[in-house]
Design a protein around this ligand. Structure first.
Ligand code: FAD
Ligand code: SF4
Ligand code: SF4
Length: 673
């Protein structure tokens, strides 16, 4: 028979305002095995934990139930407190009477009844608990970073500077991400009142040194034009298959001279780096500062691959680097920690016909404008209409295109960066082309960062940008080549018709479409908008709920470069904290098959998301009959205790230690009593 203690927490007024905590403690004493019960203001406080420890020792308790907040919050706290007092930590159960009870009910009587029921269920379970011992697993002291944008680069640099090896896997031919496509970047250091042009850093000037540093770092290895194919294992010991896609160019031989690209006769492929605004050759390096500075052959566009003829690049390459026979290569590596930094893209505008994006070359997205303004872009940095190359006189910006949407065409969230980069674009244009009028249609201007509101006000006050609070209903291409913008001015309560030469759409951002595939491979969760989910939105913002998987950059939610870099550093610190350990404790709540009941049907193997189940021929003694049977065997190091196999097993052979079928039925019985 167990000797159980029940500890009911007030959580200040969080629980006590809605639940009669002393009544819960009083009724606990009537439950089987309970020899001690008390309530206290904050059980997680030092004094609260001391009360638990004292009761364990004085009353010789063999198990405890803490009626408090979610186990996600304080299960570890109470397990550690129990362990310090000499009790096996797996003899601790939590009854969640806060999130599951006091926070969601108003009626004190009803909430108290429910809290009592939750307490009873936990007592019923702990009556059947047995002490469990956590195992140990070794930590592989290397990290993998998936995605080589500024987030991935910064995370890798920080981990490498701490002395650990890092591999970056980047799917495009170069690291750099979206930041490499930007022309100039906010924020600025200077403050309101200084009447000089704000020093918007050139994006390449601040990104390229980081790219070079990562490439030159002795602890960093970069796989570009590569993707993660398969991930197995668990925190501290992941095994990852990396697919190095065939570049068709030997990285060791190529000198980056660029002759092949110049001579390549196939020059009609859309240039992805310039957002399809001009063309590139079939063999190409995405941009001048690319790392590595080694081209890749786009086999869909290459004449040699399509017809067997041409081969010019091979003939002109003095280094003999062209290799048409190159094949994809699979590299298998082990890592202790994985950081996801897969970033974002802008949404497609197919559902937004009203802005005439697909009808007029002069309606462009803000990311396209970045390329237009860039010296290496399709117009060599000249602001001109893409339809006829003429200089624009009137430019209209439309914010929140696809962001903050209540219908299913766009995204419900704020993309966070568009107000600031639109102010940036408006100022850059007004500074370089003072004759160009700039109008911005906005729903709200959201500028909560340091010096951000000053930045926006400077666009209005110093640069004369015309901000109109209101939405645009339609952009209509005119026979004279102009664009008629129909909008509303909500402050003056009037309709607006404005003729423009160019319209720029601040398009919503969304997670890179690959993120679903990556999340499935890593068993990491994503939210309804496909952003990766944090383990705790407030307290663990850079960890995924899956142990050993960390989040860096926009893959977790919209953010600008400073926020991305800060988060990248935070993710690195978490990864370093893990890699610094030699061993990890493993969860003992793993599955086990009853060899007498198991019929080797393979159902559990098929449902296990962690590949923890194999089959072995075992000698069993079934009521005196000895025979060899094929039975399920669980690898405790791989099993994460998710319980999928216990539910799926048709013969009831699989059970979870610490969450056995008997324990769960006892809980249900206690609830229904
Ligand atoms: P990304 O830059 O998207 O990098 C992600 C990387 O992961 C990419 O290289 C991608 O190819 C790679 N990847 C994706 N999937 C995989 C996969 N499955 N396997 C391997 N690799 C993968 N911020 C500012 O602070 N100032 C500005 O002035 C500014 N201007 C902006 C203007 C525009 C128009 C836009 C759209 C954004 C702007 N931003 C600005 C925001 C800035 O671009 C982002 O904050 C930053 O790029 C986020 O970096 P990231 O590394 O998280 O994502
Ligand atoms: Fe120069 Fe040859 Fe490399 Fe092309 S593949 S950049 S020609 S060395
Ligand atoms: Fe796999 Fe079962 Fe363990 Fe879940 S509980 S990880 S299904 S063995």
């Amino acid at each position: 028979m167990q000797r159980i203690g029940v500890f009911v927490c007030h959580c200040g007024s969080n629980i006590a305002a809605t639940v009669d905590v002393s009544k819960v403690a009083e009724l606990a004493l009537m439950e089987p095995g309970v020899v001690h019960a008390e309530d206290y203001q904050y059980m997680c406080s030092e004094a609260g934990q001391a009360k638990i420890a004292a009761a364990i020792q004085e009353k010789n308790l063999t198990g405890i139930v803490v009626c408090s907040c979610s186990p996600r919050m304080h299960e570890a706290t109470f397990r550690k407190a129990a362990e310090r007092a000499g009790l096996n930590p797996y003899m601790v159960e939590i009854a969640n009477i806060r999130e599951h009870c006091s926070w969601i009910h108003k009626d004190i009587e009803e909430a108290t009844k429910k809290a009592v029921i939750l307490m009873r269920a936990a007592v019923a379970k702990v009556n059947l608990n047995t002490p469990l011992q956590a195992g140990e697993s070794r930590v592989t002291k290397r990290a993998l970073v998936i995605g080589g944008g500024i987030a991935g680069i910064q995370t890798a640099l920080d981990i490498a500077d701490a002395g650990y090896e890092v591999d970056i896997v980047e799917k495009t031919p170069s690291i750099g991400g979206r930041m490499s496509q930007l022309d100039k970047t906010f924020p600025t250091l200077d403050c309101l009142g200084i009447k000089t042009f704000p020093t918007l850093d050139c994006s390449a000037c601040i990104l390229t040194p980081k790219m070079v540093e990562a490439a030159a770092h002795e602890k960093i290895n970069i796989y570009t034009y590569s993707e993660v194919d398969k991930v197995s294992g668990f925190v501290g010991d992941f095994t990852v298959d990396i697919r190095k896609k065939a570049r068709s160019v030997d990285m060791d031989k190529c000198t980056g001279c660029g002759v092949c690209q110049e001579k390549c006769p196939s020059k009609k492929s859309l240039n992805e780096f310039n957002r399809g605004l001009n063309n590139r050759s079939a063999i190409y390096t995405p941009f001048a500062q690319a790392i590595p500075n080694v081209p890749v052959i786009d086999r869909d566009a290459c004449i040699k691959f399509k017809t067997g003829k041409c081969g010019i690049c091979s003939k002109v390459c003095q280094a003999g680097a062209i290799d048409y026979e190159q094949k994809d290569e699979i590299i298998t590596e082990k890592y202790g920690a994985i950081v996801v930094a897969t970033g974002f893209d802008t949404i497609k505008l197919d559902k937004y016909d009203e802005y005439a994006y697909n009808q007029s070359k002069d309606v462009i997205t803000s990311l396209e404008l970045e390329r237009v303004m860039n010296a290496a872009g399709p117009t060599h940095g000249h602001l001109e209409r893409l339809s006829d190359g003429k200089a624009p006189k009137e430019i209209v910006f439309i914010q929140c295109v696809g962001s903050r949407c209540s219908d299913d065409r766009g995204k419900p969230y704020c993309s966070k960066i568009c107000c600031m980069y639109t102010a940036k674009h408006a100022m850059l244009i007004r500074d370089k082309y003072p004759d160009v009028n700039v109008t911005v249609f906005y729903i709200d201007v959201r500028t909560p960062g340091k010096n951000f509101d000053e930045f926006y006000r400077r666009a209005v006050e110093q640069y004369g940008v015309n901000y109109i609070k209101g939405q645009v209903g339609k952009v209509i291409p005119q026979p004279n080549g102009k664009l008629l913008v129909q909008g509303a001015d909500l402050l003056d309560n009037k309709q607006i018709l404005k003729e423009a030469d160019m319209v720029v759409l601040a398009t919503a951002i969304e997670p890179n479409p690959d993120v679903r595939k990556i999340a499935t491979m890593l068993t990491a969760s994503i939210d309804t908008n496909n952003f990766l989910t944090e383990a705790h939105a407030k307290l663990r913002p850079v960890e995924s709920p899956t142990a050993g998987i960390f989040l860096s950059g926009v893959c977790q939610g919209p953010k600008d470069i400073p926020e991305t870099v800060a988060q990248a550093g935070a993710a690195a610190v978490k990864a370093i904290g893990l890699l610094a350990k030699d061993k990890l404790l493993t969860n003992p709540c793993t599955a086990q098959a009853d060899v007498l009941l198991c019929n080797g049907c393979s159902t559990c193997e098929n449902v296990c998301p962690y590949g923890a189940i194999t089959y072995e021929d075992k000698e069993v003694n079934d009521h005196g009959i000895r025979e060899t049977r094929r039975v399920a065997v669980v690898n405790n190091a791989l099993c994460q205790g998710c319980g999928a196999c216990t539910v799926a097993c048709p013969s009831g052979a699989m059970d979870l230690q610490g969450f056995s079928n008997r324990q769960i039925i006892a809980e249900v019985d206690a609830i229904c009593r």
